[in-house]
Design a protein around this ligand. Structure first.
Ligand SMILES: [Zn+2]
Length: 260
């Protein structure tokens, strides 16, 4: 297991939580070329490994990369096909940040050869580990749920209009998981009134959800995009224990809902 690239916690339940944008590290050779504001890695899905740490008690496996999405975006296709054609989005090796400003100093963005190298070094090991863990759990249980855990600043004019709902469930428009499983998750979301939510809104599920979801084979993939204001401070990036502690019981209910 390439522990210098990722951490994989193996559980026994048919549930794998993948957190592809949790990483914050920047290799030296890349950090030196970044625009000053990018050193704070502002587009990180902050603290999600901490937010979901309770899931090990449920027997979930968890996959977490070390490096920032500025090194490579693990939730994009290796050919960099756009996830949301016609809308502003960021690429496989992002050149622009979520605020629309450049990631790199002028002339320092990676060319095609360096992008291909990053695919080999960072992208493939993550996807190999993800595919192998899914297969292991599928072989043991005959089915498995892939939970794609994401979070994002709740207002980002470059990417979307207005304020994002607190919780954004994505199933690739219903293609990435069984309809009954989506219905159970929607019912669990509708049964609470602490958070507003949408299903298959602006964030319908990224590359991982769409690529690995295969409900006919017993692989159900769902993405939960959380607005960061509900568990952290969006400006300082600080963890907010009071907010997280309020959200975690609902996350636990959602994860329990997808388990047999
Ligand atoms: Zn994300």
């Amino acid at each position: 297991m390439p522990t210098d690239i990722l951490r994989l916690h193996r559980g026994d339940a048919p549930l794998l939580i993948s957190i592809p944008h949790n990483g914050t590290e920047l290799p030296e050779g890349i950090a030196a070329r970044l625009a000053p504001e990018a050193h704070r890695v502002p587009d990180t899905d902050w603290h999600l490994d901490r937010l979901y740490a309770f899931a090990s008690e449920l027997g979930a496996s968890m996959l977490v990369p070390r490096h920032s999405r500025y090194v490579i975006d693990l939730n994009r296709a290796e050919d960099d096909a756009s996830l949301y054609p016609g809308q502003n989005t960021t690429g496989l090796c992002p050149a622009v940040r979520f605020d629309g400003e450049p990631v790199y100093l002028p002339g320092q963005a990676p060319g095609p050869d360096e992008v291909a190298e990053r695919v080999e070094t960072y992208w493939r090991p993550y996807h190999r580990a993800l595919a192998e863990e899914l297969e292991r759990l599928h072989a043991a249980h005959g089915r498995v749920v892939l939970w794609e855990a994401h979070s994002i600043r709740g207002t980002l004019p470059f990417l979307f209009e207005g304020r994002l709902p607190d919780l954004n469930l994505g199933t690739a428009g219903g293609a990435s998981c069984a309809p009954a499983l989506q219905a159970r998750l929607e019912a669990a979301l509708a049964a609470q009134d602490g958070y507003d939510f949408v299903v298959n809104g602006r964030f319908k599920g990224g590359y991982i959800t769409r690529h690995y979801g295969d409900p006919a084979r017993g692989i159900d993939a769902v993405q939960l995009e959380i607005s960061q204001r509900v568990y952290m401070d969006e400006d300082s990036f600080a963890w907010r224990e009071d907010r997280a502690a309020r959200l975690q019981p609902l996350l636990r209910r959602l994860l329990t809902t997808v388990l047999p």
